[in-house]
Design a protein around this ligand. Structure first.
Ligand SMILES: [Zn+2]
Length: 340
């Protein structure tokens, strides 16, 4: 007696993803992946996000180029084992890591180039306003494929988030590179970073070259604000990367607002015509210890958390949209029909 293979969502979607160029992980921090330890887990309980950024300094300063090379290689192999064909990863290039991590990353990319395409972006954990941090931002910008950013850092340290946007976008324009920016991470209705990113994108004439990462706080705003923001995103041609596991653990809050899960509102962004792609973000590190870098888990969490059952769109989010946000050539002969 034969038993039919049961139909699952995965058996419906994954073949479509593979047929259209394979999985694309558009956002990670490979230089810090697999750095979990009991100390790190303890720090997670006692520190705020901002304190964690600083606590990472010691780990980074003590990491050798070989430590970084091993972490890149482990993450690349984990991605390859799942059928990921392209990866975008941030790399710390700052006063702590200096250029050791990016040098290791470039070597590891060369080693795995037949199996996975890798694009690097510079992480600016120390911002771009502090003179020493700025020096490393300028060095890093020349070495990476995509200009990376974390404007919240400059807002926190100097109240100069707006100036940070100008430095980041101006540098990207000068170098002819795309921009990936961490924005609206805290699920709070007083964050307006995606909106500011769109306005700055238009101001600098960078339409179609800018990608927002996370956009969690969008869902904390009113429907009217959200609809207006989606129109602005369209006008600025700003794309969005969703990394569901990374922010689903946002702490409980007594703030009042529209009911929603703590994640990128893909159920509204896609119908609004915004290109959405998928990323794992941090894997097995102090920031996101629970994330083991499983692409199928990320897609499942995104679909269920937003109650978004559009199968063809989900397959695009996991594949061709990822290539678009990484600035890669599109796949020819795309076919997203679900064949059962
Ligand atoms: Zn990130």
């Amino acid at each position: 007696m034969t038993v039919d293979t049961p139909l699952t969502i995965r058996s419906m979607i994954e073949p479509v993803i593979k047929r259209n160029g394979g999985w694309v992980n558009t956002h990670a921090h490979a230089d810090r992946s697999f750095t979990l330890s009991p100390d790190v887990l303890h720090m997670r309980k006692t520190c705020t996000l901002q304190e964690k950024w600083d606590a990472l300094d010691r780990l980074k300063a003590e990491s050798t180029e070989e430590d970084f090379y091993r972490r890149f290689s482990q993450l690349f192999e984990l991605m390859i084992s799942q059928g990921v064909t392209a990866l975008g990863t941030f790399v710390d290039i700052d006063p702590q890591s200096k250029d050791r991590a990016i040098k290791a990353g470039i070597r590891a990319r060369e080693h795995y180039k037949d199996q996975i395409t890798v694009k690097f972006a510079n992480q600016t954990l120390k911002g771009v306003i502090d003179p020493q941090a700025r020096e490393w931002f300028d060095i890093g910008s020349e070495m990476v494929d995509i200009i990376g950013a974390l404007p919240k850092r400059d807002e926190k340290d100097f109240g100069k988030g707006s100036e940070a946007f100008d430095i980041i976008l101006g540098t990207a324009k000068k170098l002819g590179k795309m921009v990936h920016v961490h924005v609206d991470q805290f699920n709070e209705s007083f964050e307006y970073e995606t909106e500011e990113l769109c306005n700055k994108t238009i101001e600098h004439g960078m339409q179609g070259k800018v990608v927002a990462i996370h956009g969690i706080s969008i869902a904390a705003h009113s429907r009217k604000y959200r609809q207006r923001l989606y129109g602005l995103m369209k006008e600025a041609n700003v794309m969005m990367i969703a990394c569901p596991t990374a922010w689903i653990d946002t702490p409980r809050s007594e703030m009042i607002g529209p009911m929603h899960n703590s994640m990128t509102p893909v159920d509204e962004l896609v119908p609004a015509g915004i290109t959405v792609a998928l990323g794992t973000d941090n894997v097995c590190d102090a920031m996101v210890p629970w994330n083991n870098g499983d692409m199928w888990h990320e897609l499942t969490l995104l679909a269920t958390g937003c109650r978004f059952d559009e199968m063809e769109e989900l397959a695009k989010i996991a594949s061709v949209n990822g290539r678009k946000v990484l600035g890669l050539e599109p796949i020819e002969n795309q076919d997203f029909s679900i064949k059962i």
